[in-house]
Design a protein around this ligand. Structure first.
Ligand SMILES: Cc1cc2nc3c(=O)[nH]c(=O)nc-3n(C[C@H](O)[C@H](O)[C@H](O)COP(=O)(O)OP(=O)(O)OC[C@H]3O[C@@H](n4cnc5c(N)ncnc54)[C@H](O)[C@@H]3O)c2cc1C
Length: 416
């Protein structure tokens, strides 16, 4: 069924009894052309674009929990394309362009809101880095505005401009950036894939791979074996565990990232704002809660919960930038499992096992990448060659020394 104002009216008059389920609950078949492991944002968008762009519908998405139970439903929902390096910028800009037409495309309200993303700089070198980033973006045809202190005082007067330790010197604004409703993105892609014939199988954990003579033949699951000609691994923070089942050791570590939300407030925060020194980012949800986060918990873990020292660190950073938030009451905090790559950039590639494909390394930034990740990964799986926008996101770049070190931090995943 197509969602429309007319459908809402019709169903309201009929007592809202006729809305069909948003997707089916099929039993797994014995064999598919393509199996996608992981029903997060990227797995679902891959399945959606396999069907929509390439006409491939004999596809199953296998999810160990419920659709959207991982990072896609846990993130702080920031969408932007303000990247510096040529290996990243065209990809994230493709993603932003897909976001701009996404709701019409999959006929679902994902509450995409282009309210602007502002990065702050607090010293000369940060101001220069923001200018360089903005110029690199403009060279790629992407919108970027460098703002000075006076312009910022006008735009965001509630920030602490008297902070002697972290003086605000400059800002880089991308007006087309913003936020989206994270669950709705997963649901929209799920509905779009299901309606084109893709089987979305929940409560189905992949426990092993069938590999014969270097060729993938299918997967073992908690609901029995499933044969497949091609298999895509799209499991974010669980990537190294799945890879180990296929005998691979990857340049990925899993770390925890926490997020926080306050009670609902009247609109006070018009943009997404990122505090350069303390690594703190904040926006206000449409319900009114201030949604914010900071750095990773610095240790490796598989637990989807964080620790108190990072709560203190994030709140301190927030107070340093925007003292007024100290009066808001925090309602909840939670955590997700980040797949941190060694250079802070993602991997969308084939593996050494024929028919087995890999999509991982999203670090802090995979939500904004959801559309382009599925678009480019489906291209790779369907056609056997990388999409031009993701051509540098190769697994062997670490061996070749061609890393995409966006943060300039080298091979230290907890710093990216
Ligand atoms: C607190 C937090 C804040 C963030 N903020 C932002 C942000 O503001 N902007 C941004 O761009 N990004 C952000 N991110 C990052 C972003 O959420 C992730 O990079 C992205 O969601 C990862 O891709 P995914 O949606 O496919 O992952 P997930 O939703 O984690 O999907 C992976 C799925 O694989 C499933 N799975 C795992 N193992 C198996 C198995 N054996 N068998 C079957 N299924 C399996 C999991 O259950 C899970 O559902 C944030 C992340 C967190 C945790």
């Amino acid at each position: 069924m197509r969602y429309s104002a007319l459908a809402i009216l019709k169903n309201a008059l009929a007592g809202n009894r006729d809305w069909p389920a948003v997707w089916r609950e099929p039993e797994p078949k014995a064999e598919y052309d393509i199996v996608i492991v992981g029903g997060g944002g990227h797995g679902l968008s891959t399945a959606y674009y396999l069907a929509r762009e390439h006409g491939l519908t004999n596809v199953a998405v296998l999810e160990k929990g419920w659709l959207g139970s991982g990072n896609v439903g846990r993130n702080t929902t920031i969408v932007r394309s303000n990247y510096l390096l040529p290996g990243n910028e065209p990809f994230y800009e493709l993603s932003l362009k897909l976001w701009e037409g996404l709701e019409q495309d999959f006929n679902y309200n994902a509450m995409f809101s282009q309210r602007g993303v502002l990065l702050l700089g607090h010293n000369d070198s940060q101001r220069d880095a923001l200018a360089r980033r903005g110029n690199a973006m403009r060279l790629e045809g992407v919108d970027a505005e460098l703002l000075d202190r006076a312009q910022l005082m006008k735009l965001v007067p509630f920030l602490d401009f008297d902070n002697a330790r972290f003086p605000i010197q400059a800002g880089l604004l991308q007006r087309r950036g913003g936020t989206a409703r994270h669950d709705a993105v997963a649901w929209g892609y799920a509905r779009g894939a299901d309606s084109r014939g893709v089987d979305l199988i929940q409560n189905c954990e992949v426990t092993g791979f069938r590999i014969e003579a270097g060729v993938v033949k299918g997967v073992e699951t908690t609901r029995g074996p499933i044969r497949a000609k091609k298999v895509g691994i799209v499991v974010a923070g669980s990537t190294t565990r799945l890879a180990a089942m296929a005998g691979m050791r990857l340049p990925i570590e899993s770390h925890i990232l926490q997020a926080f939300v306050t009670e609902g407030l009247k609109p006070i925060l018009p943009h997404v704002i990122s505090f350069g020194v303390g690594h703190f980012y904040i926006s206000q949800s449409d319900k009114g809660g201030l949604v914010f986060g900071g750095d990773l918990d610095g240790y490796n873990s598989w637990a989807q919960r964080g620790n108190l020292p990072m709560v203190e660190h994030v709140c301190e950073a927030g107070m340093a930038m925007m003292p007024m938030i100290g009066r808001a009451r925090m309602l909840r905090s939670w955590a997700g499992l980040q797949d941190m790559s060694m250079d802070g950039s993602p991997i969308i590639d084939k593996t050494g096992i024929e028919g087995l494909y890999l999509n991982c390394g999203w670090c802090y930034g995979g939500f904004k990448a959801t559309p382009a990740s599925g678009f480019c990964f489906s291209h790779l799986i369907a056609r056997g060659e990388p999409h031009p926008a993701a051509a540098q996101m190769r697994l062997d770049r670490f061996e070749r020394g061609h890393v995409i070190d966006e943060g300039g931090r080298g091979a230290q995943p907890n710093l990216h």
